[in-house]
Design a protein around this ligand. Structure first.
Ligand SMILES: [Zn+2]
Length: 113
């Protein structure tokens, strides 16, 4: 499952951060999920709890926020908001869009102890 791999990646990052910054418990993880990423928040919550079990993030709080998709339209030469990967440009209805962000999941910040 896609979400399982993503959560494993998050826990790996937490472990690396713990070594660099010398903390041994993660209390809260805030994640941003791009609107175009096809990631299900419910699946993330479920997978994260499973992956974090027995690690420094066991039982930590998970806060998820959605970030909108953004693309650059080659026809308008402007940045526009999109909600689906294959949306047309909301200004000119063109399809020559380059995705800038919104298809990723990333850690926004952490609370650690
Ligand atoms: Zn356009």
């Amino acid at each position: 499952m896609h979400e399982l791999a993503l959560c494993q990646g998050v826990v790996d990052v937490l472990r690396e951060q713990a070594e660099v910054h010398h903390f041994d418990r993660v209390m809260t993880v805030r994640l941003e999920i791009g609107a175009l990423s096809c990631v299900s928040a419910e699946a993330i919550e479920f997978c994260f709890a499973a992956v974090a079990r027995g690690t420094l993030a066991d039982g930590c709080r998970l806060e998820l926020s959605r970030i909108p998709g953004e693309a650059f339209c080659l026809d308008c030469s402007d940045t526009v908001a999109i909600s689906e990967r294959h949306d047309a440009c909301p200004r000119c209805a063109g399809h020559r869009l380059q995705l800038l962000r919104g298809d990723e999941m990333r850690i926004r910040d952490l609370e650690v102890a």
